[in-house]
Write a protein that binds this ligand. Structure first.
Ligand code: SF4
Length: 235
């Protein structure tokens, strides 16, 4: 059996902007951002009724693939997380687990009014009202439910933001992790934890700041249990 502690960890950090002296670096960055915005895998997390507009958006009539966007079945290779409607407290835990497993840079789109402010479930005890309190959201597509044209328009807006380098809310999750974790703990309880080492990732990307750790990450450390591998039982 392999010993995970012996596997070397790649710790190289991105060079700071001022250290880049090559005049072609900016051109290359633009090219990379262009390619990135035109080749994205989308993990659609079908949380509510808004998900029903995705099949027409993806298939022949509206054909999302012509924009370079394709569905993906695993968060490990996905770039975009679509949250397609109301989010119950139970579902939000799975959304956060999924989001944290996606590689950075990663983008979140909230589809439907329910992700903006709870929509018609704003008074429900069982739903989270505002998705951006728990995850950094790049873009909301409001409507009950938004039509495929609106979904495509939202995708185009995201692509334009990626190409211009304007959309980087994924960094906010690392820079203000204590804020997001505090909201998650408020909803799920103090013993809430995920298997992802977010603080370690923030340090890896060079994004750890004064708001990465705080009173909520201290609570997390207090309750954090070591991960134990599931045992396979054959009956
Ligand atoms: S906004 Fe309307 S269509 Fe979308 S999840 Fe809420 S109730 Fe359903």
């Amino acid at each position: 059996m392999s010993d995970l502690s012996k596997i070397p960890i790649h710790t190289e950090k991105h060079a700071p902007e001022e250290a880049r002296t090559n005049p072609l670096a900016g051109v290359f960055d633009e090219l990379v951002r262009f390619a990135q915005s035109r080749s994205m895998y989308m993990l659609h997390y079908c949380t509510g009724c808004g998900a029903i507009e995705l099949p027409p958006a993806m298939t022949s009539r509206f054909d999302m693939e012509r924009l370079g966007i394709q569905p993906m079945v695993t968060p490990r290779q996905a770039d975009i997380l679509l949250v397609t409607g109301y989010v119950s407290v139970k579902t939000l835990k799975r959304i956060i687990l999924t989001y944290e497993q996606m590689p950075s840079p990663k983008y979140v789109i909230g589809i439907c009014s329910c992700t903006v402010n709870g929509g018609m479930y704003w008074q429900s005890y069982a739903t989270a009202k505002k998705l951006s309190e728990y995850l950094p959201v790049d873009l909301y597509i409001a409507g009950c439910m938004p039509r495929p044209e609106a979904v495509i328009e939202g995708m185009r807006a995201l692509m334009a933001n990626i190409q211009s380098g304007e959309t980087e809310p994924w960094k906010d999750y690392y820079q203000r992790y204590d804020y997001y974790l505090g909201n998650q703990q408020h909803l799920f309880g103090d013993n809430w934890q995920t298997p992802t080492d977010v603080i370690g990732q923030a340090q890896h990307y060079g994004l750890a700041g004064p708001e990465t750790e705080g009173e909520h990450t201290r609570i997390l450390q207090q309750y954090q249990q070591p991960l134990v591998a599931h045992k396979l039982r054959l009956k």
